[in-house]
Design a protein around this ligand. Structure first.
Ligand code: FAD
Length: 316
């Protein structure tokens, strides 16, 4: 990628100031990722609403400035190398808006910047069912849309009514049917220029004690199955389609003898071997080398190509 002259970033910084969009220069991204890994971004911008996001997007698209979108950082591995571009961290807060509420159902609009577990808890507490699974998935609502996040037999698409996003400086809303949701994917996985700004969900009235006990059950299942006190980005690989293998990704990794393998300060978790954990001082290269090792070993021993769930940002 051609180097971007520093004057372009200075001009963008001036533009952001004029537009009242908060930003920082040479900003360390690491604390914004669940791995606690990552270098600096030349500009880290925090648009506060869809209109600010649209204005910013238009400017960086016109000036062809490299950029990426960051949510809760719980499904990404960010390179340790400085990023000569703009990280856009949509920052519209946590407050959801009730659009319609009846004895039977609830329609609610949630900003992409809301933490998914918190939104799940707060909305479930209103006595409507469908968001319980989100209470155990780290990250923000925007990231959950991109990945069609899911667990325990439920996925975000089950409750989605519509998605709002910015593209080419315009704010667009599409119904769920146009979002092309599938297992850990949506159309936004390939249309990477779209910035998700909000999600509208529709939930049914539920029994409050059952909602509470489902949330507690999911919490316990997590505690029993995932590495504790270790930084990670959750499952690194998607489970293969059942037509390819009946085995889950972790079973393939395990059968290849990779559980517990270490590179630098990163480890293929001995508790859940589809997780790679940062033992404290892991670099992005430590984690990346384990990702490549898993891919190569599983392919050479089983003929199955695992597909990454974790997204890589920056140079590797
Ligand atoms: C311990 C642990 C357990 C996990 N368990 C699960 C699980 O059970 N099920 C599951 O599905 N996932 C799981 N994950 C992965 C992750 O939490 C989810 O995929 C989550 O939805 C990602 O959201 P995020 O905001 O953190 O996205 P990020 O990691 O910030 O970003 C992920 C991708 O989405 C893009 N993106 C983020 N926000 C936006 C936006 N507003 N607009 C456009 N693009 C955007 C990024 O550029 C990147 O490509 C787990 C992660 C951890 C650490």
């Amino acid at each position: 990628m051609p180097e971007i002259p520093i004057e372009k970033f200075d001009a963008l910084a001036h533009f952001l100031n004029e537009a009242g969009i908060p930003f920082e220069r040479n900003f360390s991204i690491k604390e914004y990722t669940s791995f606690r890994i990552g270098g600096t971004a030349e500009i880290f911008a925090r648009p506060k609403n869809a209109q600010q996001a649209a204005v910013l997007q238009k400017s960086i698209f016109t000036d062809r400035i490299p950029h990426y979108y960051l949510g809760g950082g719980s499904n990404i591995l960010v390179s340790d190398n400085p990023y000569a571009g703009v990280v856009i961290y949509y920052d519209a807060g946590e407050d959801f808006l009730i659009l319609e509420q009846s004895a039977d159902f609830l329609r609610v609009s949630i900003p992409a910047s809301a933490r998914a577990p918190l939104a799940g808890k707060r909305i479930s507490a209103l006595g409507y069912t469908g968001m319980e699974f989100l209470t155990t998935i780290p990250g923000y609502i925007g990231g959950a849309v991109i990945q069609n996040a899911g667990c325990y037999g439920q996925e975000l698409c089950d409750i989605t009514e519509s998605v709002e996003f910015c593209l080419n400086g315009e704010v667009i809303t599409i119904p769920k049917e146009e979002a092309d949701f599938s297992y850990r994917s949506s159309r936004f996985k390939t249309e990477t220029e779209s910035l998700i700004t909000s999600l509208t969900v529709r939930l049914s009235r539920g029994d409050e004690s059952q909602i509470r006990s489902r949330i507690e059950d999911y919490k316990q299942r997590r505690l029993n199955s995932q590495p504790r006190n270790r930084r990670s980005a959750g499952s690194v690989f998607k489970n293969p389609h059942s037509s390819v293998s009946e085995k889950k990704a972790w079973q393939l990794i395990d059968q290849c003898g990779l559980r517990g393998t270490v590179a630098g300060d990163a480890e293929i978790s001995s508790e859940h071997c589809n997780f790679i954990v940062n033992r404290g001082k892991a670099t992005s290269q430590d984690v990346y080398s384990l990702i490549c090792l898993i891919e190569e070993t599983v392919y050479s021993q089983t003929g199955i190509r695992l597909e990454r769930e974790v997204v890589l940002l920056g140079d590797f």
